[in-house]
Design a protein around this ligand. Structure first.
Ligand code: CP
Length: 292
């Protein structure tokens, strides 16, 4: 694997190799990679940015600090020139989050790898892989698992990556969303949450992406919660073995009742924990220097 732009680029073997190495890291495997990493975040982030940095440091890499607000991006330097500069001074890998879909296409001529940490409403491959790791830890398989992805589908790079990967791995994926937020280009059935809640194995809730709604009037929080949120009543209808996921940050009381964020079926903080091991695995596969 030379870089990670889209989950579409990964085969079933690639997906499983990344998950399995992440699990080995969680079990204590130690691998060191020499090199310099830069994390460029043109959109806000807590989990992805900090867990990539944690992963890089655990692998023994040097992390060069970079903040868009204090860099020459603020003087108008382009994304390409910024990345070419970092390549020129000896950086080995770039981790980039950017509001433009498929921003990575303008970086194809770089010789160093680019890891996509989220592009607009396009893809969020590292989030998808940590979600897959979390599901795999729970069930040991993806085959025929019933997964419901619920919420702001049209604006969600997490949904887009997960629909592709979970379908490829044999899961039975369904979507639930208000009509305005449905993406009909995804070849997956839309259902009513209450029609499937009793049968699903994984209930994956999505954050409402207010920043991508262009100021358009969306749902009242309380209305969304009643129609599409995980309420206490819906939680009680889930199978005992079912798990709840959310990429976070969570809008408490909107996508999920605040009291359920750390309920026994919730894996939300487990997802964050797994994010570090997944990103160690992604970096290791890309740096591909073997075990040193
Ligand atoms: N899940 C996720 O991408 O969170 P951050 O925006 O905090 O990185």
């Amino acid at each position: 694997m030379k870089q990670l732009h889209s989950i579409d680029d990964l085969s079933v073997d690639d997906l499983m190799n990344i998950i399995n190495l992440a699990i080995e890291f969680k079990q204590g495997k130690e691998v060191k990679h020499k090199g310099y990493a830069v994390n460029l975040f043109f959109e806000n982030s807590t989990r992805t940015k900090c867990s990539f940095e944690m992963a890089e440091r655990r692998l023994g890499m040097d992390v060069i600090p970079f903040e868009t607000s204090t860099s020459s991006v603020a003087k108008g330097e382009t994304l390409y020139d910024t990345c070419k500069t970092l390549e020129s001074i000896g950086v080995d890998v770039l981790v980039i989050r950017h509001p433009d879909n498929a921003y990575y296409e303008q970086l194809q001529t770089l010789t160093i790898p680019v890891i996509n940490a989220g592009d607009g409403s396009g893809q969020h491959p590292s989030q998808c892989l940590l979600d897959l790791m979390t599901i795999y830890e729970e069930y040991g398989t993806f085959k025929d698992l019933k997964v419901l992805i619920c919420g702001d589908i049209i604006n969600s790079r997490v949904a887009r990556s997960n629909v592709t990967a979970l379908t490829k791995l044999g899961a039975d994926v369904k979507l639930a969303a208000p009509k305005e937020w449905q993406d009909t280009s995804l070849e997956v059935e839309y259902v009513a949450i209450d029609d499937v809640i009793k049968d699903i194995d994984v209930c994956m809730l999505l954050r409402i992406q207010h920043e991508r709604h262009d100021g358009a009037k969306t749902f009242e929080k309380s209305h969304y919660h009643i129609e599409y949120g995980l309420t206490g009543e819906r939680y009680d209808e889930l199978k005992d073995s079912a798990i709840i996921m959310h990429p976070a940050p969570v809008n408490r009381g909107v996508e999920i009742d605040s009291e359920l964020v750390e309920a026994s079926k919730s894996r939300i903080f487990k997802q964050m924990e797994n994010g570090v091991f997944t990103r160690m695995s992604i970096l290791s596969h890309i740096l591909n220097k073997g075990e040193k």
